[in-house]
Design a protein around this ligand. Structure first.
Ligand SMILES: [Ca+2]
Ligand SMILES: [Ca+2]
Ligand SMILES: [Ca+2]
Length: 273
């Protein structure tokens, strides 16, 4: 028993250390949804620098280390609204020191069909040989904010079986960015939101980062600042009439509904009489 636990800790250690620097969804899975009204919030996250997303809009792509990856799954076609806004979050550095992330993120995000490799598969990263081989040589990283892109991992070993390196593919669906710069929502209020109608069932990834292109200037004292972000996912944004009726009933307003219904509906509503 003791030996098994020790091995488990060793395994967790070897997996979690590189995962911090690679593409991962740790604590950033909104969940699995159908087209029923639901809300899921992921807080206490932070992104490095205020330019990670917009740096992926140019011709030399972007470095995925400057973004945060989120995921969700749809088990049927659904309408999904995504909102990301500035926040303060606890941030733990690689020495284990905890500080508070900074307000001021100009949030932007892109939505993709697809999922990065998740444990026990080795995590994807920009510098993996297979990632480098899949993109032009002059690029800063693998991330592309407005296009399909791919990123891969190293060969791995699971229970004695070797696993070859492979690419994860992200199929671009759409994007939104806060502020008044490139193709943005026009209002710099540190919140950005977009609704995607009738998404197909499947796995999705959302990459979130800053939209201030000039913030990548190496003279910027906030080049490596951790900016906090809170994300909210809403599914099924238009509740069915039955859902409205149930909500109103809960508020004690059922009488108002009954008065508006026609005779046939009343005749079928046994609970009223
Ligand atoms: Ca750049
Ligand atoms: Ca770039
Ligand atoms: Ca905005």
């Amino acid at each position: 028993m003791k030996k098994t636990l020790g091995y488990a800790f060793l395994l967790a250690g070897t997996i979690s250390l590189p995962a911090n620097a690679h593409v991962g969804y740790s604590s950033r899975n909104f969940g699995t949804f159908s087209d029923i009204h639901a809300i899921s919030t992921v807080s206490d996250q932070a992104t490095t620098g205020n330019y990670g997303w917009i740096d992926g809009t140019d011709s030399d792509f972007g470095d995925s280390h400057n973004l945060r990856a989120y995921r969700f799954t749809l088990d049927e076609p659904a309408t999904v609204s995504l909102t990301f806004k500035q926040a303060t979050s606890p941030v733990t550095d690689h020495h284990g020191n905890v500080s508070t992330s900074q307000l001021g993120l100009i949030p932007a995000f892109s939505l993709y069909q697809g999922l990065a490799h998740i444990a026990p598969q080795p995590a994807d990263y920009d510098g993996a040989n297979i990632s480098l081989a899949s993109r032009p040589g002059h690029t800063e990283g693998a991330f592309r904010a407005l296009n399909d892109w791919s990123i891969g991992n190293d060969p791995g070993n699971l229970n004695g079986m070797s696993m070859p390196a492979s690419l994860s593919f992200f199929r671009y669906i759409g994007h939104a960015s806060d502020g008044t710069s490139f193709d943005s929502d026009g209002t710099l209020d540190h919140v950005v939101s977009k609704t995607f109608s009738n998404l197909a069932a499947g796995d999705y990834s959302v990459f979130v980062g800053g939209a201030d292109y000039l913030a990548q200037n190496t003279a910027n004292p906030d080049l490596m600042t951790r900016y906090g972000v809170t994300g909210t996912l809403v599914t099924g944004v238009v509740p069915e009439p039955e859902t409205y009726a149930m909500l109103l009933a809960g508020l004690g307003l059922m009488g108002a509904i009954v008065k508006r219904r026609n005779g046939k509906a009343l005749a079928n509503n046994h609970t009223v009489f």
